[in-house]
Design a binder for this molecule. Structure first.
Ligand code: HEM
Ligand code: MTE
Length: 474
């Protein structure tokens, strides 16, 4: 055993600020984490645990159940908690905050159980233009809140008309219902490819933190107009903030979008109560979520309880200190979150869903079929997908598929992905193929050819050419 000093809970609790030092306990150890606070990837939420035990917070943020987190913690050990105080701590059993999370489909590929984060198996992702809700990717930061639809009220604030409180019934009956087919993509989609180049912090998403659904609900624009929005408001208002009903000790999940997007007739921002023709599932925001077509998943706030028109962006951790892009040269010692804008519209993206990396294709068939998805942010339509079978030396154009019964999107409002397919002869004599895809959007934006120049410490905006290697079976 270590010869470190023994401290009482009272001594630990006297270190609760940066001035007095920040101490915490974990499994009977005492840690002085003062120096770590400024570089904590989860921001200053860490101070919530100051002077007390980490366990209840780490059961909420199970991202900490990783060896590298414990290694960091071990560097800050200064002593042991007295046996008597440790016993007291253990007797205060904390209930599992995730115990009322919904049951999920076992076919999902789980990245984290608590909070629940999972993606559909990538090889089936492009089998259906509309992703079935049960396998639609799920990205939760906190436990799923259970909201009673009867007592639910949506608060709309910040407009000259005063505050408005709407029931679910109001939203369904007082506003026309709109349906929009829109793809949601997480900023961290394809993060695992950045991880291969150099370690990043975040969930290790594959290529399927993206899915497509038909959303039904009231237009945010209509609700803001009913709450008193007038063109004059645009002289001072810049953002519309959303607060979720999922919360931790420091507050709720929150995000904001530019006001122009929110009030534009063509922005198609929905307060959705339906997903694929049914009530929203609990994981996707029941009873109401914001759907911001063309915009990063993080702003599509689920279980939305409050909407505020404001001169300022949302002050939430996820708007200010996360979901931002940085230079490959920026590290955790130099990163300044204030220096970068919050991600809103996402860049052009595509990936190969089939064949899977490492799979084998039949040489005897003399043909290979490559399939995948392509999408771009801001309503920019994908106009072309190029596919190479030889690592990028020669290229062929894939056939694009919109939805079957979908009319072509109006210009600037291409919110949904396109699936694509290329059937091509196998290059004669090839034993291995390096299949590559890249998409072009209506602004002629293209994807970068490799990860290194877009690598960033948080592993967001990962949209390099997607590459898979397959063997040709004799
Ligand atoms: C993320 C370390 C305490 C909240 C992280 C990550 C590390 C870390 C390494 C990044 C993990 C990854 O993505 O691979 C630590 C250490 C702590 C501590 C060493 C104690 C000394 C806390 C506390 C809270 C907290 C007390 C909350 C009250 C978070 C959040 C994230 C995070 C919200 C971001 C999760 C996400 O990616 O969405 N922490 N943490 N941490 N931490 Fe902590
Ligand atoms: N809204 C709330 N209230 N809480 C959350 O954790 N996660 C956001 C966003 N909205 C989140 C949220 C993120 S980062 C993404 S990518 C999308 O929801 C994921 O939506 P989905 O789970 O319906 O796929």
């Amino acid at each position: 055993r270590s010869a470190l000093p023994v401290f009482t809970q009272e001594e630990v609790t006297s270190h609760r600020s940066l001035e007095d030092g920040v101490w915490v306990t974990y499994r009977g150890g005492v840690y002085d984490i003062t120096e770590f606070v400024a570089v904590h990837p989860g921001g200053d939420k860490i101070l919530l645990a100051a002077g007390g035990a980490l366990e209840p917070f780490w059961s909420l943020y199970a991202v900490h159940n990783q060896e590298h987190v414990l290694e960091i913690l071990s560097e800050y050990k200064v002593g042991e908690l007295s046996a008597e105080d440790l016993k007291k701590q253990r007797s205060v059993q904390t209930a599992d905050p995730y115990s009322s999370d919904p049951v999920r489909h076992p076919g999902l590929r789980v990245n984290s159980l608590k909070p629940f984060n999972a993606e559909p198996p990538s090889e089936i992702l492009s089998d259906s233009y509309i992703t079935p809700s049960a396998i639609f990717f799920k990205r939760n930061h906190l436990p799923v809140p259970r909201v009673d639809p009867g007592s639910y009220r949506l608060q709309v604030e910040g407009l000259p008309g005063g505050a408005l409180a709407l029931t679910l019934e109001d939203l369904k009956t007082k506003f026309p219902k709109h349906t929009v087919t829109a793809t949601l993509q997480c900023a961290g989609n394809r993060r695992s490819e950045m991880n291969e180049v150099k370690q990043v912090k975040g969930l290790n998403w594959g290529i399927a933190a993206i899915s497509n659904a038909t959303w039904g609900g009231a237009k945010l624009r209509d609700v803001l107009l009913a709450a008193g929005y007038r063109p004059e408001v645009a002289t001072w208002a810049r953002h519309v903030q959303f607060e979720g009903l999922d919360r931790d000790a420091s507050g709720t999940y929150g995000a904001s979008i530019p006001i122009n997007k929110a009030v534009s007739e063509d922005g198609d921002v929905l307060l959705a109560y339906e997903m694929n023709g049914e009530d929203l599932p609990a994981d996707h925001g029941y009873p109401l979520r914001v759907v911001v077509p063309g915009t990063v998943g993080a702003r599509n706030v689920k279980w939305v309880g409050r909407i505020t028109v404001s001169a300022e962006e949302s002050g939430s951790h996820w708007q200010q200190n996360d979901y931002k892009g940085f230079s490959p040269g920026t590290d955790w010692d130099t990163v300044d979150y204030k220096s970068a804008p919050a991600i809103q519209e996402l860049p052009v993206q595509s990936a190969i869903t089939s064949p899977a990396d490492g799979a084998a294709v039949e040489g005897s068939s003399q043909e290979v079929t490559v399939r995948g998805y392509a999408w771009s942010g801001g309503g920019r339509e994908v106009v072309r997908v190029d596919v190479s079978l030889d690592g990028g030396k020669t290229w062929q154009v894939a056939r694009l598929e919109g939805g079957q019964d979908q009319a072509p999107p109006p210009p600037g409002r291409a919110w949904a992905w396109k699936l694509w397919e290329l059937q091509a002869p196998l290059p004669p004599g090839a034993q291995e193929l390096e299949i590559v895809c890249k998409a072009v959007d209506s602004s002629y934006n293209v994807q970068p050819d490799s990860v290194l120049p877009i690598w960033n410490l948080r592993g967001v905006l990962s949209n390099a050419w997607h590459r898979v290697r397959v063997k040709v079976r004799e």
